[in-house]
Design a binder for this molecule. Structure first.
Ligand code: ACM
Ligand code: ZN
Length: 482
């Protein structure tokens, strides 16, 4: 029997008997033998029973039950036993390049929770804007939250910016908590910091004035890793951010930090000598470790993008976000017991066109990288699907980029490999369209999900016009996982 439950439960068996007419009030039973996020549902002609061991498991059971309900409101007889494959199932939203309103963010969160995602990674600081209200460092808002024009190639030349008020952030964090979603804020450092440097230029190596960026890319002006004042600033800033975000984990970036400024900076070189660091990558590791140590003192744990592993000295408790691991450092880290989040650029980045990252490519991707031992496999803690917004200004576009690909990642994060079937996923994803629409989320038309052959290339070229990069072409040419 076909159903529209997504993610596909670990075990589902339709049984004989007359359906239970709706609305039906399930009997809820506590069962300590079930895993924390797991649950069991039994629908028999005499009624519906949910078993669970935590409120979160009960929440997921209710999501499943609402998807089990037939069009006439009744519930078919079935036995479901369910629990997630991965403990960490995340979506990342970039609110630095373009902001979304709190209401839009809540809509996104609401549907992610429906598909049993449990972490919201919120990217709140980048070259193009700092987005958290700061009382401690007011220039971050006065200067760093606004760029002189919309940028990213937009013809709109008006000033762009803003930031989330502390009360708005607290409201989003509690909205997430009600849906069993943790919120991990990201303050990217030492790179992607031109908005911070525009506000406080003394934090850079050269101390020259810069402005919040209006272009996409990777920029040379980064935080100086040689100044104790810079580390102190970052720690004070994170103290203020942590007051808003109760979760234990804090993402401190660590991606795409070019080293030219450090190579020409006496203070950076002094720090290297003093700390016996033999490379500028090691200087980045030292910088990340100093920030991670501050977080540790507060009872928190740092998350960092995989580039920070190039230092060879990143503290072992730092969780690593694997987005572009050319040197295969992530499997080695996992094999040594380090926690890794799978969020591969070529498969899980939602901001790239369907012609580059078709739904099937997302769905059939194995989140476990090659080279893992059995011990290492257990240290891939889960999946995350990032959505960057350089070229996504409005929420409707954002939704059509995210859906159904976010659903594909949600299912791969929850359902065991053997329960994943692409054709069936497509059918169930399409069946979500009415409920997504009712939540104000427009899903991409199905005809665009898997462009093939010449059509795919045509769509890719049309999307990028003259801006197709080597990386994108490389991704396009990668063999599709058929
Ligand atoms: C990243 O995409 N720079 C993490
Ligand atoms: Zn420096």
């Amino acid at each position: 029997m076909q159903h529209r439950i997504l993610p596909q439960p670990k075990s589902l068996r339709f049984t004989a008997g007359a359906p239970v007419p709706g609305p039906a009030v399930p009997t809820v039973v506590f069962d300590a033998s079930l895993p924390a996020e797991g649950y069991a549902i039994s629908v028999t002609p005499s009624g519906i029973t949910i078993r669970h061991s935590t409120p979160q498991g009960l929440f997921y059971a209710r999501q499943t039950l609402s998807m089990l309900q037939s069009a006439d409101g009744s519930f078919p007889c079935a036995e479901i036993e369910d629990a997630p494959r991965f403990a960490y199932r995340a979506f990342m939203l970039d609110s630095a390049r373009h902001m979304q309103t709190p209401d839009e963010i809540k809509r996104y969160i609401d549907v992610a929770a429906r598909y049993k995602m449990n972490v919201f990674h919120w990217h709140l600081s980048d070259d193009q804007g700092y987005r958290v209200e700061s009382e401690r460092f007011p220039l971050l808002n006065e200067i760093g939250s606004f760029r002189r024009e919309h940028g990213f190639g937009s013809v709109n030349r008006s000033r762009y910016g803003g930031y989330y008020k502390k009360d708005e952030i607290r409201a989003i964090v509690s909205y997430c908590a009600e849906r069993y979603i943790r919120v991990i804020p990201e303050i990217d450092m030492p790179g992607h910091t031109k908005a911070i440097l525009a506000s406080y230029p003394s934090l850079s190596c050269r101390e020259t004035p810069v402005q919040p960026e209006t272009r996409a890319g990777v920029f040379r002006d980064i935080l100086c890793a040689g100044k104790d004042e810079t580390v102190a600033f970052c720690c004070d800033l994170l103290d203020e951010v942590c007051d808003l975000f109760p979760d234990e984990w804090v993402h401190i970036g660590g991606d795409e930090a070019p080293k030219q400024r450090w190579q020409a900076c006496d203070r950076c070189k002094d720090r290297m000598a003093k700390a016996h660091l033999d490379s500028f990558e090691a200087l980045q590791g030292d910088f990340m470790n100093r920030i991670a140590a501050h977080l540790r003192e507060k009872g928190k744990r740092a998350v960092a993008w995989n580039e920070s592993l190039k230092s060879g000295c990143l503290d072992s408790d730092v969780i690593v976000a694997d987005w572009m691991d050319r040197d295969k450092l992530c499997p080695a880290r996992a094999n040594a017991g380090g926690a890794i989040i799978a969020e591969d650029f070529f498969h899980y980045y939602l901001d790239y066109p369907y012609a580059m990252t078709p739904v099937k490519k997302v769905y059939t991707f194995d989140p476990l990288p090659e080279g893992l031992t059995d011990f290492g496999k257990a240290h891939i803690i889960g999946v995350e699907t990032p959505l960057w917004t350089e070229f996504i200004e409005d929420f409707e576009k954002l939704c059509t980029m995210a859906f159904p690909r976010l659903l594909a990642v949600a299912e791969r994060g929850w359902t065991p490999e053997e329960g994943c079937d692409y054709a069936d996923f497509v059918r169930r994803a399409e069946a979500q369209r009415p409920s997504l629409a009712a939540s104000g989320i427009a899903m991409d038309p199905q005809r665009d999900w898997d462009p093939r052959g010449p059509d795919r290339l045509k769509k890719l070229l049309a999307h990028y016009k003259k801006t197709l990069t080597k990386e994108m072409l490389f991704s396009f040419l990668q063999k599709e996982d058929d």
